[in-house]
Design a protein around this ligand. Structure first.
Ligand code: HEM
Length: 331
């Protein structure tokens, strides 16, 4: 095989194209070979000429593979660029279109209504470490290395639940923890009667924990919460919409397994001010803070009146949350 620097570069390019290719076929670089090319000598006859040409074997899943001859480096580069562009546009390994329903299916086998709250909380605790200024943290599966942190108490169980689903998905096509957690949170919302939130796939996992001390403590007042969420790229409206996740779980916002706008309706009645021991336990200080601040209160009232608006804004904020600081697979 004739090898030149250009050959090696093109070979590398081909290999990269191959390794992340979305095509149902694979490119196999053969050689810069002396190849017999057929070219029309006149209207009826063909000349057989010996030329140096790039020869690529196109290995298909379909029976019979074809040889493609490219007679110049320029054509070779055009061919490769087109192949790479197409591989960006098509789903990874031609299977992404199938992998999403598979993930949903496996997640729904393990995430019951009762486990949905923990799974949704897991999303916030993986993604919520994101900081805009230095682009650190974010959704990257690093929660697996952070389970001993006090703010993550109880999340080990939820991660373990998802682990069962992940094993079955990985057996067909490996997916990242970051993708798994993002899709699981969306499914958790949907299982409990909330909106259907589409999640794009392709996040990469981190192999180390994110910096500590980035999650908002429950004792924050409204200005602390607004400041904290702003550092993560979220507006006041998004802070209020995302906090609506607390409609799930046992903090007293109606049915613990129903994703609805009861959180906002109940916040407006300020039950924690009551002398009754039961109702005084409703919500966290960070929930109470939202109705003590005019900018937040405006959105609390809006979502209490209009569940559809809450669902729409929660959907958008959730999509932003699961893209926070994400690193994506690239060619
Ligand atoms: C605004 C700042 C937030 C703070 C300070 C906060 C803090 C907390 C705390 C301390 C708990 C445990 C409550 C308990 O059981 O005693 C909790 C539960 C929960 N959090 Fe948050 N959270 C915040 C925002 C979010 C966001 C943005 C999400 C998701 C989008 C979320 C999802 C949940 C869920 C679903 C639960 C219930 C978990 C369960 O019952 O198993 N939280 N949160």
């Amino acid at each position: 095989m004739t090898t030149t620097t250009t050959t090696s570069l093109l070979e590398t390019s081909l290999l990269r194209c191959y390794s992340s290719s979305s095509f149902k076929f694979k490119w196999k670089f053969d050689s810069l070979a002396k190849t017999r090319l057929f070219s029309p000598a006149n209207s009826n006859n063909y000349d057989v000429r010996s030329l140096r040409a790039w020869r690529i074997r196109c290995v298909s899943d379909d029976p019979g593979s074809r040889l493609v001859f490219v007679s110049s480096r320029r054509k070779m580069v055009v061919l490769l660029s087109t192949a790479q562009l197409l591989s960006h546009l098509l789903p990874s390994n031609g299977k992404a279109a199938d992998i999403y329903p598979l993930m949903q299916n496996e997640i729904r086998k393990v995430v019951t209504k009762g486990k949905a709250a923990g799974v949704l909380r897991l999303v916030f605790h993986d993604a919520g470490t994101f900081e805009l200024d230095d682009n650190s943290g974010g959704i990257n599966g690093s929660i697996a290395y952070e389970l001993e942190r006090p703010e993550n108490t109880g999340l080990k169980k939820s991660l373990k639940v998802l682990g069962k689903a992940k094993i079955n998905v990985d057996a067909i096509q490996p997916v990242s923890w970051a993708d798994m957690i993002s899709v699981a949170g969306s499914e958790a919302v949907s299982i409990c009667g909330g909106p259907t939130i589409p999640v794009v796939l392709g996040r990469l996992d981190s192999m180390q924990p994110d910096p500590e001390g980035k999650m908002p403590p429950e004792t924050l007042n409204a200005s602390g919460l607004k400041e904290c969420f702003k550092r993560k790229g979220f507006s006041i409206q998004e802070l209020v919409a995302l906090s609506g996740a607390h409609t799930l779980g046992s903090k007293g916002f109606g049915d613990p397994t129903a994703f609805d706008n009861a959180y906002y309706k109940i916040l407006l009645t300020k039950p924690w001010k009551s002398t009754s021991k039961m109702t005084s336990m409703v919500g966290l200080p960070s929930d109470h803070a939202l109705v003590e601040d005019d900018e937040c209160l405006r959105w609390v009232k809006r979502y209490a009146e209009d569940q559809d608006k809450f669902f729409k804004d929660f959907t958008n904020a959730y999509i932003k949350l699961v893209n926070s600081g994400a690193k994506w697979k690239m060619l």
